[in-house]
Every structure is written in structure tokens, then in C-alpha cells.
Ligand binder design. Structure first.
Ligand code: CS2
Length: 481
């Protein structure tokens, strides 16, 4: 059907490039590209985006034939809204032509390199935040710096070339769901630069800027059904389209090289001195409950987040997590009303127009758990507060990573540590042995937490309960004891 429709194409000229963006997936399209389009419309500036895929050619194949244009589909409960976005000026596929990417990143007109590469793209150890020098991509980039494969590799090589050419560094703007994402990317870039050349590392340390950001917009993976529905509504074929919720929030630390950046605040972004309280709020309140709902919901047979929270014990579980276990660990960000923020989250989750799969959110758990669940858990334990809800969520991750659901069906486990997670399950023997196997993953569990006897026992009991009674019944006993 959509095959016979004309393809969407750019109408006006593409903007001049001022930003190189690594990771042009769905989130970039529902977020960065839209804010930047609006900032340029409001205040001007040459901030067109050169979008770079570090892995597959998919984004280029989708966006390229359309001159970078694509449709943003806002999935409001009352019906979809469509809008064509034109801020993507150019698309590159790094593995096909790393040199073209480095050339773009070295251009003096490019003042910002932004990133949505997901947690694992930073090649760091989640528990410590340090660059993994034994990461195969990092090892390859240190051996052949001029043709990198990883994000840190591209950034360091491009900065080295700028330094040689006497060009100021670009600002590195991480837009991934990681705490202190600016500090994290600065750390991995400096670790890598230092492994190459201390002079380069000193220059980056002195001249480079790595503002932290808090990013928020629920964006499920684009489905063939969404592309077909857009075709029906608009009469064109756009495989690059993105669907997302109406809500969005961007909090950006004001720390750019030479102050150069689009006027994102003209589009409603909050530019602040300290992003940390906003990050903690979002990572723990939103992403924390998202991951909890993903594992427990998946095990209980809920395909989407909206389905999970329409099941009353799951909504009660979220409320309980916020009130009793998460909010006591969240500092007050200026201008936010935390109880209202959480109540609004439940409404956002309940938006049935968004089919955000629990399986999608369950992906890469080993990279997500530390900041989403383990941080508030460790703080709660440290303060002597009971944390049964967060403990149940971690146990559900273990159960999920074991590889079969409650009906005995195999789970398509996607995680950089998938093999080790499965091995911990298979070789653990009994429940206590399995828990011990997971807690021994030092990349995931900080030593203090892994050694905590009460936590270990709580996990073992929760996992035992999940095996015997199932996720829904465990949630019921927690919310309605
Ligand atoms: C989700 C996030 O996939 C996930 O892990 O928790 O992508 C979430 O939808 C966004 O952070 C919302 O801003």
C-alpha cells in the first residue's frame, strides 16, 4: 500500500551544518532535531545537523532519499499530529567512510558534537564510569586512531586534528540517560586521549567543554504500522518518521565552548547551572519505574507500558515506589513539584496511543540498572529504609535475564553482557547461587551493595517468590499485603 505512495522529500534548502550528531535513531529525531529546528526558526543560526550512524546504514537509507526530511508524529491521546522536520542537512555512515565523518567533525563551522548513542556507546564500566580499555572497539581505536569505530574514538581523533590545525574544540553534548552524562563523556574522552598523548589530553582538559543534559521524551521504536498509518493520513511514504508523546523536557548545563549553541531556550529548553537534580529526578522517577515495569510487566505478560499501568496493581506499585523508595532519594530541582511530576508520569505511561514495548525498555539492563535502580536502592539501604519494591525490580531483571518467561517461552535477551547473564543463571544452581552469580558482576553492582547481606537475602526471597508465584502476585503482595 505505502509502496505506491510518493516518498517524502525536502522542499526548502537544507540549513548549513553547525552540529555533528552521533546516533541518529528515533530519539534523536523526536528530540534533538526538533529542538534545533525550533531554535533556528526562532533565533536563526547555522545549526543544521550532520547525522552520523556509527553502526548500520539504516538511518542513511531512510533519511538520505528524503534529503534529511522526516515526519514527527505526536501521539496525543486525542489523535496524532504530523510535522515535517528539516534540520538534518546531511547523513553519514561511519563504517562506510570514517574519513568523511572526521572531516565533518574537524570543520571550524561545527561547534557542537552531540550524542544519543545509548548507555553502551560510551564503552565505560557502568559501576565506575571509567573507559574500558579492554573494550574491543576502544582497543581497535587505540591501535588505529585515524580510522575509529567508537564514539570516544571519533571524538578524540577529531579533537586531535582540530588541535593540530589550530581550531578550537567543539562542545561535546551527551544526550543519553546517564547520570552526569557530561562528566561521564569527558572522563572517557580524557581516558582515551591520555592513552594516546598526554599533551592532547591536557589540551582537551583545559579547552574542551562537556555540558550535562537531562533529556526526556517517550519515543517507542518506529513500527511498520506507524509508517503505514502516516502514509494513509498524509499521502506520502516516510520510513524515517518517528512517533513520540506530546511531552518533552530538556535541561542543559550552560557550558559551551565560546558560548556557541542554538537558542534552544527559545523553544522551551531550560538552560541552568546545575543539571544534576533534574537528572536524578528523571533517571530515578521515570527511568527507574520504566525499567521496573519493563521486567515485571514483561514477566506478567504485559506487552506495553500502557498495558502494564492499566493493570491496577502495577499502577499501585509505581506509586508505592515513588512515595516510599524513590522520592526520598531525589533532591529538589528548582521549579519542580516532585509529587506532581510523578503523578504526571503515570498519565504519560497510560497514553494508549503509544505502544512502548516492555521488551524494548528491558534491553541493555546491565547498563541501565546502576543509575535507575541500584543508586536509590543503595541510598535507601544506607539510610535504613526498607526497599522491597526496588529489590523486587532487580530480582525481576535477574529472572528476565535467565532467559525464559513465566509461560516457559524463551526471552530474546539483548544486552552487552547477555552471555554472562545467562551463564550466571544456568550455573547458579539454586536461587541463592544465582543471586550470588549476578552480584559478582562488578560492572553492574558496586562492591558495597554486592556485599550487603540484607540486600542479598531480600533479592533471594524476591527471586524465589517470582519463580514460585509470578510477577503479578509478587506485586500484589507488596502493594496490598
Ligand atoms: C526508556 C527510555 O528505553 C528505555 O530504557 O526508559 O528510553 C525512556 O523512554 C526515555 O528516557 C524517556 O525520556
Amino acid at each position: 500500500m505505502t509502496g505506491s505512495l510518493p516518498r517524502l522529500t525536502r522542499t526548502g534548502p537544507a540549513p548549513r551544518v553547525g552540529i555533528v550528531h552521533l546516533g541518529p535513531g528515533a530519539f534523536f529525531r523526536s528530540f534533538n532535531a526538533i529542538w534545533t529546528e525550533e531554535a533556528m526558526a526562532a533565533r536563526g543560526g547555522d545549526w543544521g545537523i550532520c547525522a552520523v550512524s556509527l553502526n548500520s546504514p539504516t538511518a542513511r537509507d531512510q533519511l538520505g532519499p528524503q534529503g534529511g526530511a522526516y515526519t514527527s508524529v505526536t501521539l496525543a491521546p486525542e489523535g496524532p499530529r504530523h510535522r515535517v522536520i528539516g534540520s538534518v542537512a546531511r547523513i553519514l555512515v561511519a563504517p562506510e567512510n570514517p574519513e568523511a565523518v572526521l572531516e565533518a567533525m574537524t570543520s571550524p563551522e561545527v561547534r557542537i558534537v552531540s550524542l544519543t548513542i545509548t548507555e553502551k556507546g560510551y564503552c565505560h564500566e557502568p559501576a565506575t564510569g571509567r573507559l574500558r580499555l579492554d573494550h574491543p572497539g576502544i582497543a581497535a581505536d587505540l591501535a588505529r586512531p585515524a580510522s575509529p569505530v567508537t564514539a570516544p574514538g571519533f571524538i578524540v581523533e577529531a579533537l586531535a586534528r582540530r588541535r593540530l590545525a589550530g581550531i578550537a574544540p567543539f562542545t561535546v553534548l551527551s544526550c543519553d540517560n546517564l547520570p552526569h552524562n557530561g562528566r561521564l563523556v569527558r572522563g572517557v574522552v580524557l581516558d582515551m586521549a591520555r592513552a594516546r598523548d598526554t599533551g592532547l589530553a591536557d589540551w582537551i582538559e583545559a579547552e574542551g567543554r562537556f555540558p550535562s543534559t537531562m533529556v526526556d521524551r517517550i519515543t517507542p521504536a518506529t513500527t511498520p504500522e506507524a509508517i503505514a498509518a502516516l502514509g494513509q493520513a498524509q499521502g506520502y511514504h516516510d520510513p524515517a518518521c518517528v512517533t513520540h508523546e506530546p511531552f518533552r523536557q530538556w535541561v542543559i548545563e550552560e557550558d559551551f565552548v565560546g558560548g556557541a549553541r542554538p537558542a534552544w531556550e527559545a523553544a522551551g529548553a531550560q538552560v541552568v547551572r546545575d543539571v544534576a537534580p533534574f537528572e536524578t529526578m528523571k533517571l530515578r522517577c521515570l527511568n527507574g519505574t520504566h525499567s521496573a515495569l519493563a521486567y515485571l510487566g514483561y514477566l506478567a505478560g504485559h506487552e506495553t507500558i500502557a498495558e502494564a499501568v492499566s493493570d491496577p496493581p502495577f499502577a499501585a506499585y509505581c506509586r508505592r515506589l515513588w512515595t516510599a523508595e524513590i522520592l526520598p532519594t531525589v533532591p529538589q530541582p528548582e521549579g519542580e513539584d516532585l509529587p506532581r511530576y510523578c503523578a504526571a508520569l503515570l498519565d504519560r505511561y497510560a497514553n494508549a496511543a503509544i505502544r512502548h514495548r516492555t521488551w524494548q525498555i528491558a534491553m541493555d539492563g546491565s547498563q541501565k540498572l546502576p543509575q535507575r535502580l541500584l543508586g536509590p536502592l543503595a541510598e535507601g539501604l544506607g539510610a535504613g529504609r526498607p526497599v522491597p519494591g526496588l529489590t523486587l525490580a532487580v530480582a525481576a531483571w535477574m529472572r528476565y535475564a535467565g532467559g525464559t518467561d513465566e509461560a516457559g517461552r524463551p526471552i530474546d535477551l539483548r544486552d552487552p553482557l547477555a552471555n554472562r547473564l545467562r551463564a550466571a543463571w544456568e550455573h547458579g544452581g539454586d536461587t541463592a547461587g544465582r543471586v550470588a552469580g549476578y552480584l559478582a558482576l562488578t560492572e553492574v553492582f558496586p562492591a558495597g551493595l554486592a556485599r550487603h547481606e540484607g540486600f542479598r537475602q531480600g533479592l533471594t526471597d524476591a527471586l524465589e517468590g517470582l519463580m514460585r508465584r509470578g510477577a503479578r502476585s509478587m506485586i500484589l503482595s507488596l502493594t496490598d499485603p
